[in-house]
Structures are given as C-alpha cells and as structure tokens.
Design a protein around this ligand. Structure first.
Ligand code: 5GP
Length: 352
C-alpha cells in the first residue's frame, strides 16, 4: 500500500482569479476552437462542448439542436444500425473553414460492437468521421487492444477514447491511436463509482494532469463529467481541457427524448447513469449476478428546449473569458490562475 500525499483538486476546490482585461463585452469573446487531430489529420472548428453518449442526452434530436450552435454530440450506442446509417447520411456537415459540430458514433469494445460499427460505417462511409470508444475503465489490456485494432483498420477516423484519469495512461492511449482522450472516473452526476468501488480521481486535477500529458504528444483531452454549472466548464477549459462533455447539465430537455413521469403532481424527466440498474434493465436484461450497478437514477425538472440552457452555458463561459481577459477560448487556459478555496463544511458533509 502507498499513499500519495500531493493534494488533488475538484472544481469546487478552486475559483478563477480575475485579471486585467481590455475586453468591454462578452460578445467580443470567440468560443470556437480549431484543431487538427493527431492521428486522423481531420480539421475541426467548433465550440468544443460535447453532449454525453447517454441515452437521454446523446440523442439525434440533441445533435440537431446543438449543431445550430456549433456544439457536438456523442450519440448513445443503443440506436439501431439503420437509424444510425440514415442519420449520418442525412446530416449536413459544415463546409471547410466553417465552424461546425461533430457527431460521434459511440461504441463499447465487444466483438458485437465492432461488427455493428463496421456495418454502419460501410453504409454511411466517410460521413462517419468521429468515433467515441467508451468504457468505464480505460486501463484494461482489452481496451488498449481494441483501440489499436480500430486505429489500424480506420486510419482516417477521429477517435475519442476513455475513460482514464492519469497522465501515463493518457499518453498510452494517444500512442495507441486516440486523437482525444476522455478523462474522468467517478465525477458524473449520476455516477456511483466512487461510492461503490472507492476508485476515482478529483476531476480538475485529472484534467490538468491528463491535458499536460496529451498536449506533450500533440493529442487532446475531453473532460468528461462533474460539471454542474457554466463556471465548472470555465474551470475545465482553464485547466487545459480541449473539449468538455456534459450529461446532467443537458438532461431533462425536450431533445432528450426520455421518459417523463408524474411525481407528486409535477412532470419530471427520468435521468440515469448508463451503468445504473435502470439502464441495465432496459438494455441488458438486468444487472448480472457478478456485478453491481455503478449509476443511479434521478428525477429532474422538465426544462423545455435545450436552446435556453445552452445559451446560459455559453454566456457563462464567455463571461469567464472576459474576467481574465481572454478574447478567445484558446487563451483561457494560459490566462487562468486558480485560487484554492476552503470548501464549505455543508458541502463536505452534505448538510443543508
Ligand atoms: P455529468 O455531466 O452528468 O456529470 O457526467 C456525464 C458522464 O458521466 C458521462 O459522460 C459518463 O462518462 C459518466 N456516466 C454516465 N453514466 C454513468 C454510470 O452509470 N456510471 C458511471 N460511473 N459513470 C457514468
């Protein structure tokens, strides 16, 4: 046994220190980013926020709504093959040089996942440019092997892969074929991994350390999970995230296409983790005897169209940029100084 003494931080442990700025208005801030991906060589320009590949967030309806703002989506993996092929074929892609959204095809690492992907890719061809390979634990040999196989067979697709939380595994995944490494174990709003297993890593430190490792090799990271406000996105970008993935913040909207239930006379939207009992009952015929669920279900207020929430999020991040004098999102990380703050006792102990 070993104890690592170095302090690791979560979003709540810091604030961003304001800096002198010549910006006069939020409208002067440009939130789009441009990247050329390390392996695929694909050029991306857009607002680097991605809706999570959860079945009530990463929907085709969400993809259409967010595309209007240059925001991306990772489609959930439970769509049927014909639906996926039809969606990718019909989707209007941004023209070269224009800001635009990416749509990720998501998959796990089983043979069945791979065969499904091959068939959809055959049907939709080059219209599938982005793939998200997603497992709860990105540290396994089988995950690395799958990533290598995918990269070898599809050299031109942009691969986002994860999840991991440490620099050395981020480097490994980039060398194995990932263009973007997805970072986060345990911070999700409906994730119970930390409770169920004791495993995890404070998300802001994970972002800072993994971004540093990825950027050293020319790769990128996507901070996945734990954002509960626009300020958290600003901290993630300030810490070096190239993309930020959102689940809970985009849940409960019309575009989520989830179940709406009556709870004490109020309409509530069901939102659950993809490893929760709810999801496993729905897609895998229940929780297998040898495993426990690592997600929970919550009921959220129904929030109407996602447009309003998105505007608030983008407004908040723009405002953060003006506080530190970053004219472009790209400059936010360079201009960020985090100050550590003492956490409120009620946050630590869950008292109200
Ligand atoms: P949020 O933005 O809601 O805080 O986090 C979204 C992220 O939580 C997802 O992108 C995914 O990585 C993670 N997640 C989703 N469902 C589950 C689950 O059931 N268990 C765990 N451990 N993580 C989950």
């Amino acid at each position: 046994m070993r104890i690592e003494e170095e302090l690791k931080l979560d979003f709540n442990d810091v604030l961003i220190r304001p800096k002198r700025s010549t910006l006069t208005s939020r409208s002067e801030v440009d939130l789009s980013r441009e990247y050329v991906f390390y392996h695929s060589g694909l050029h991306y320009q857009g607002i680097p926020i991605i809706a999570a590949n959860m079945d009530t967030v990463g929907t085709m309806e969400m993809a259409k709504a967010l595309a209007r703002h240059g925001v991306s989506v990772a489609l959930h993996k439970h769509y049927k093959e014909p639906e996926l092929a039809a969606f990718f074929k019909a989707r209007a892609r941004p023209k070269a040089g224009e800001a635009g959204s990416a749509v990720f095809y998501s998959m796990g690492i089983t043979e069945a996942d791979y065969r499904k992907f091959r068939r959809v890719k055959e049907a939709a061809g080059d219209l599938i440019e982005y793939v998200c390979v997603d497992v709860a634990n990105g540290y396994t040999k089988s995950f690395v092997g799958f990533l290598q196989k995918l990269r070898k067979n599809y050299p031109k697709i942009t691969i986002m892969a994860g999840n991991v939380v440490t620099g050395e595994m981020t480097e490994e995944l980039i060398l194995d074929g990932a263009d973007i490494v997805k970072v986060g174990i345990g911070p999700g709003s409906v994730c119970t991994t930390r409770k169920m297993t004791g495993v995890g890593y404070p998300q802001l430190s994970a972002i800072i350390e993994c971004a540093d490792a990825a950027h050293g090799l020319g790769g990128l990271i996507c901070a996945d999970g734990g954002c509960t406000s626009a300020g958290d996105l600003a901290k993630a970008f300030g810490g070096g995230a190239d993309f930020v993935m959102l689940g809970g913040m985009l849940a409960g909207h019309d575009e989520c296409m989830g179940d709406v239930v009556d709870s004490d006379g109020e309409r509530k939207a069901r939102f659950y983790g993809m490893s929760s009992r709810t999801a496993m009952d729905k897609y895998s015929g229940g929780v297998s005897a040898y495993r426990a669920s690592e997600g929970k279900e919550v009921l959220l207020d129904c929030r109407g169209p996602v447009e309003g929430t998105l505007r608030e999020i983008l407004g908040g991040v723009r405002s953060a940029c003006t506080y530190v004098g970053a004219r472009r999102l790209k400059e936010l990380s360079k201009r960020t100084t985090f100050i550590r703050v003492a956490r409120q006792l009620n946050e630590v102990f869950g008292q109200s």
